[in-house]
Design a protein. Structure first.
Length: 99
């Protein structure tokens, strides 16, 4: 039996500053029969949504708050919005996770 070592590609993930942890860790749709699918929103994606959409900060200000580049913030925010939209449209549970 041989062993394979899988190395991650690209640059290592830079730590991101999250000032407030979520009060709850899961949103679940009501009125959908059965057990809905689940989708995960990472903690940095949650923070990006909180800063940009809830607090109304500009991407530059929000990126500075998270101690990341504006380009990285923009990419995180775009992914977070897509996850939330998918959950709403398809009636999925949103789980906020910590990496």
């Amino acid at each position: 039996m041989s062993k394979y070592i899988i190395k991650s590609r690209g640059r290592p993930k830079k730590p991101r500053t999250v000032k407030i942890n979520p009060k709850i860790e899961r949103f679940s749709p009501r009125g959908k029969p059965g057990r809905p699918d689940e989708i995960e929103l990472e903690i940095d994606e949650f923070e990006a949504l909180r800063l940009a959409d809830y607090q109304g900060l500009s991407q530059k200000e929000a990126a500075r708050s998270m101690q990341i580049s504006q380009q990285t913030f923009s990419r995180i925010l775009k992914k977070a919005r897509k996850i939330v939209a998918e959950a709403i449209v398809n009636g999925k549970i949103i789980t906020i996770g910590v990496n």
